[in-house]
Design a protein around this ligand. Structure first.
Ligand SMILES: [Mg+2]
Length: 343
């Protein structure tokens, strides 16, 4: 069974020569250290802002350009409240702030344990993730080592895939933003960590591949302030490179709302990328992402993780930043503290 999980990772590792070279090509050079930290923070706060901006628009059809997008409350979400996208990324961020390695099964087990606790009384949990976490919770009794929870999650993610025949929801890409922060000097490690964290709930290869290329692009953006997503495809297996290159072509040719099935990781990434390449600054990018309709908060959270790493947290409007809050009773300052603690 393990071979199944690590199949994609093995394939990535084959391409690592290429990822390794990036270490020497995109170290911070022309950019200041302040800018570097602003973009690290942006990878998190850009995503959080997109999540809270999109939350009250979720499940609705696309929003036409004439209608303004505004951060607001609805019957489920308070003004500025973040949703599952951010909630699930917080245990990842916390682990990195504590100096833990996301590839370590103890760390993964602790993250799964936090997710299970969160999901028990969360306002909203995605279907696929809810199913996996419920199944893990049902088997938790009698577990005597936290690393076992990582194994249970991997098993349940695969079991769900076998039953449904698919498991590439957008729920692992939505939480991948912080992963890059722990591996800025280690692209090979980043590929492994992004794959491992995605695989805890998502068995299908598309989900892990999306997380890998998005995370590498976030890392690149933090170092350079530049967008380079297509340039990351080289770490994927040959057939995946072509598949994703064609998907990025489609995304660049279409508006975010044209990728309607955006609960699927591929369409969510395409909608987010479409918003990013069209966007003029962070705010405009997030508004374009939210206009896609349906899974608005997740598309905007995904777009925000990469766009935030390009533009920096200083581009999150103050009137949004003041309102951002959510599980587990935190505000932006707690997230900033965790990002700053990652060495
Ligand atoms: Mg959400």
């Amino acid at each position: 069974m393990r071979a199944g999980y690590y199949g994609p990772m093995t394939a990535f590792v084959r391409g690592l020569g290429q990822a390794g070279e990036m270490q020497t090509t995109d170290q911070p050079g022309s950019t200041t250290l302040d800018g570097h930290m602003d973009r690290r923070l942006g990878a998190v706060l850009g995503s959080v802002a997109g999540d809270a901006l999109g939350a009250p628009y979720e499940f609705n059809p696309p929003i036409p350009a004439r209608e303004p997008i505004r951060m607001h409350a609805n019957t489920t979400w308070e003004l500025g409240e973040w949703t599952d996208d951010t909630a699930m990324s917080i245990p990842i961020l916390r682990a990195l702030a504590h100096g833990e390695d996301l590839r370590d099964s103890d760390t993964q087990g602790r993250i799964v344990r936090e997710w299970v606790g969160w999901a028990e009384d969360a306002k909203d949990v995605g279907i696929q993730i809810g199913d996996v976490l419920r199944a893990v919770r049902g088997r938790m009794r009698g577990i005597d080592h936290v690393a076992e929870l990582s194994r249970l999650a991997l098993e349940e993610a695969e079991a769900l895939h076998q039953v449904r025949g698919r498991s590439a929801g957008n729920g692992s890409l939505m939480r991948t933003g912080p992963v890059a922060l722990g591996y800025l000097d280690d692209p090979a490690g980043l590929i492994e960590a992004a794959t491992a964290i995605s695989s805890l709930t998502h068995f299908e290869e598309d989900a892990a591949e999306a997380c890998v290329v998005w995370s590498l692009a976030i890392r690149h953006a933090i170092f350079t302030g530049e967008l380079a997503l297509r340039e990351q495809l080289g770490v994927l297996p040959e057939e995946s490179q072509q598949k994703w290159a064609a998907r990025l072509d489609e995304a660049e040719a279409g508006e975010p709302h044209e990728f309607e099935n955006n609960g699927w990781v591929v369409a969510a990434l395409q909608a987010a990328w479409s918003a990013i390449v069209r966007g003029d600054g962070l705010r405009d990018t997030l508004e374009r992402a939210v206009r896609c309709g349906y899974d608005t908060d997740t598309v905007a959270a995904i777009a925000g993780s990469l766009a935030g790493a390009v533009y920096g947290a200083s581009q999150v409007p103050d009137e949004w930043r003041r309102e951002l809050h959510g599980w587990p009773g935190q505000r932006v300052d707690a997230l900033v503290e965790m990002v700053e603690a990652i060495s």
